[in-house]
Every structure is written in structure tokens, then in C-alpha cells.
Ligand binder design. Sequence first.
Ligand SMILES: [Cu+2]
Length: 348
Amino acid sequence: MIAFNFIRFSAIFRWTLALSVLIIPQLVQAQWQVIAGAESPDRGSQALAFLPNELWVHTGDSIRWTFPTHERHTLTLLKPGQTRPPGFGPIFGIPVGCPGLTPDGSSFDGTACVTTGVLLLGEDTTATESSPTYTVNFPAAGNFKFVCLVHADMTGVVHVLNPSQTLPHDQDFYDQQAQDEQVLLLADASRLEGRGTPGHQDRAQSSDVATGIGEVVTTTGGGSQTASLMRFLRDTIVVQVGDTVEWTSLDPSINHTVTFGVEPADPRPRSANVMLTSDGARQAVIGSPADSVNSGFLSPAPQDRAGLAQSPPGVTRFRVTFTSPGTFNYICAVHDQLGMKGTVIVHP
Ligand SMILES: [Cu+2]
């Protein structure tokens, strides 16, 4: 009786063992971690980047994206060939999605798009424990691009392999890579400040204000990452009545505004008191600190690519002539939550 039971038990055990060898590789579905964006403590330097932005996973695995910055991002997987939608729809700040938003935990196999809404830290939140997260499962093999709909040059690629194939890297590798890239991008962003204020000593008479500066970093395979300094590089400028101040955006990828007075609900269009100039810039006259003037988006020309219609030149310059003395505070209506603010002091 005892021997019989033992034989039965060991047979069952062997079968269970054999079955688990077949089943366990399907059950061990890894969850990978990617960070969407990084920032300096003062929020001025932004890494607009997926960290890392190229990874290899198995079918059935999932990736969890974490959003630890005060700058807005999305994680979006468009269908191959799908036209990239704009970040925001008719109402500024409200994403149209791809179209629509998909819930946390969605699956992506290339047949239907998946996207978060706009994810960021709350205004007064600094604890990274409160960072929003979003997880996507990848049930099918393939090579898929992922993008941020808010930042054109923030892209990545995931290679989804069959479980029989060996993955080249583990999470520790990606964590180290993410850390290295974050350090480099944030250092790039703060270093760019020097390029935005060339010869600032001998240009004390100058009334030019660099409006953000950045660079797109191309990482082969994964696509693009962007380092941006979200600052007016001379945040206080002193001029005289009758002078004209010129703001110039030096960021190749990011939209900024120069906004005096009441912040409009939609900062994208210029306010009615802003005129176009013959050289493709915009201009306005301000006669009182109570005036409200919005430049509208100062935007670089989009990146060029074969197969697309010729894009218009960017609008990167905004000029304001001050006709009365006073202190005139202004913001970038897109990045004021990052501290992008400035002051013009006009002396009689
Ligand atoms: Cu801005």
C-alpha cells in the first residue's frame, strides 16, 4: 500500500515536473521599467526622453513607464503607418489621444493604438513616489515604436521577441543606461545656457532674450531624445522707453510663448494685438504693465524628412516695443510651472 502510493506519487510528481518545464517559461512574464523624462531640482533642465529608449522583451512581457517630472508627457504606441496626432486637441491641455485614451494595463500588438493621457507630477509634488505610472502588455512579436505626443523628438523602440530567443540585456543594464542618459541630457541642458548668452558681458546693451534652448540627441535604433533648458536666459532685462526687446527661441523641438498680463486659456494663437512682421516674426507694442499680450507659440520648423510636404519656416522671434516706464512681468504660458518667467524693467 505504501509502495503503491509512493509510485503513484512519484509518477504524478514526474508529470507535474514535466508539465511545469513546458508551462513555466510562459508564466514568467517579466515587467520591465522605463522612465519617461527627467528634470533638475529647479525644473529648468529637462530630459525629454524615454530612459532607456530601446529595449528587448519577450512576448507576454509588460513595460511599466514612470512619469517623474513637472513637464507633461504621454506614452503612445501608434499603429505602424499611422499619422502622428497633435498633442492637444481644440482645447489646449486636453489630449485628443490616438484618438481617445486607453486604460492602464492595455495590450499593444500593432493593430490598435495605445496611449496615456498627459501625465506629470502635481504642481507642489516633488516626491517621486507619487509619480504616475502606465503599464502596457506586449502579447505579439514585432518591433514597435513608442513616442510622446507632446514632444516630437522623444521616441523609443521596443523589440518584442519570442520566448525561445535570448534577450540581450536585463533590467539592471537598462537602469544603468537610464541613469547615464539622464545625467548626460540634464548636463547638456544646463550647459546650453552658455550658448544662449554668447558674450553676455559685452552685449549689456543688447535687448535680445533667448527663449529656451535645447538640442535633439539622436540615438541610433531608439530614435530621439531632447535636452531642453526651459528658461528665459536673461530673465531680467533693463531697457529704456521706446526700446524694442526681441525674444528668440533657440530650442529645435519645443514650443514656448512670451505672455504678458492675463494668461489666455489657449496660448497657441497670438493675441489680437500681436502683428506679423515682413521677416516672419511677430511684434507688439506695450504701453502699460496692465496690458495683456501673448506671442502665441514660438515654434521651430519641424524636422525635415523625405516623403513629406514642405513645411513652413518656424516662427521663432517676437519683438515688443515698450512705450512707457515700469516693471513688466511675463511668463512662458507652456512652461511657467517649470519656473520659465521673466521681467522687463523699462526706465524713463
Ligand atoms: Cu516654454
